[in-house]
Design a protein around this ligand. Structure first.
Ligand code: FES
Length: 237
């Protein structure tokens, strides 16, 4: 295997030539925060939480998609890097429904953990916030777009791994959402209720429907035949 010599935070390491900076840093036990990244499932460089300084590059680079090369010099904890990550996180949080106490992912939420790690205590940015309807018509999955961080992990899982394609990124800019074709409920698109989208969601935007919610649905609609195929969990990196 071809190897290259690189330097991360003044630490010289040798890594396979097909690695990204993130993979190289992980090999050297150097922590770089990530949000959208999910090895082999979602490597799209969408969230920019993993930015680093690369010597010679004009701007900060996303470590999860930046390839290593011979002699590369990377810095993961400069003031500019830390500030960029913090601002990015605050911008995500500024349009995130912050009902953490009642969220099913509280204490197990990647966004919460990042806010703690990056010492985000106040959100400096205020403005328009999304107020989108919750889709709870599926027999198995509840989708709350107001908690979505647009990481696209669920889209990659549904489309590329499960070969279903029930959900997709729609609209652009501030209106960007992860939704279904024509914004239909999950119950009206070819969702197979595998639940893999829930397994990869870093926050509480997708969650399993509680048993009690299924009972209420069944009572409201006696014709409803609930079929939930619970697929084996995938490991979330
Ligand atoms: Fe690298 Fe999201 S983790 S861009």
């Amino acid at each position: 295997m071809q190897m290259v010599n690189i330097t991360i935070d003044n630490c010289k390491i040798q890594v396979p030539a097909n690695y990204t900076v993130l993979e190289a840093a992980r090999q050297a036990n150097i922590d770089i925060p990530t949000l959208c990244f999910l090895k082999d499932i979602n490597e799209v460089g969408a969230c920019r939480m993993c930015v680093v300084e690369v010597k010679g590059a004009r701007s900060l680079q996303a470590a999860c998609v930046y390839p290593v090369s011979e002699g590369l010099e990377v810095y993961t904890q400069t003031p500019a890097v830390r500030e960029a990550r913090k601002v990015t996180l605050e911008l995500i949080l500024s349009n995130h429904e912050k009902k953490c106490l009642t969220c099913v992912r509280s204490e197990n939420c990647e966004l919460q953990r990042l806010a703690k790690d990056l010492n985000v205590k106040d959100i400096r940015f205020e403005g328009e916030t999304s107020n989108l309807p919750i889709d709870d018509l599926s027999p198995s999955v509840v989708r709350d777009p107001n908690k979505c961080v647009l990481c696209r992990r669920c889209v990659s899982m549904c489309k590329n791994i499960q070969s279903v394609g029930a959900i997709e990124v729609t609209e652009r800019g501030f209106r960007t959402t992860v939704s279904t074709a024509f914004n239909k409920p999950l119950s009206e698109v070819p969702c197979v209720n595998c639940g893999q989208c829930i397994n990869v969601c870093p926050v509480g935007a997708l969650r399993e429907k509680d048993d009690i919610e299924k009972v209420w649905d069944a009572l409201a609609n006696p014709e409803l035949h609930v079929l939930v195929q619970t697929a084996p969990a995938v490991r979330v990196a």
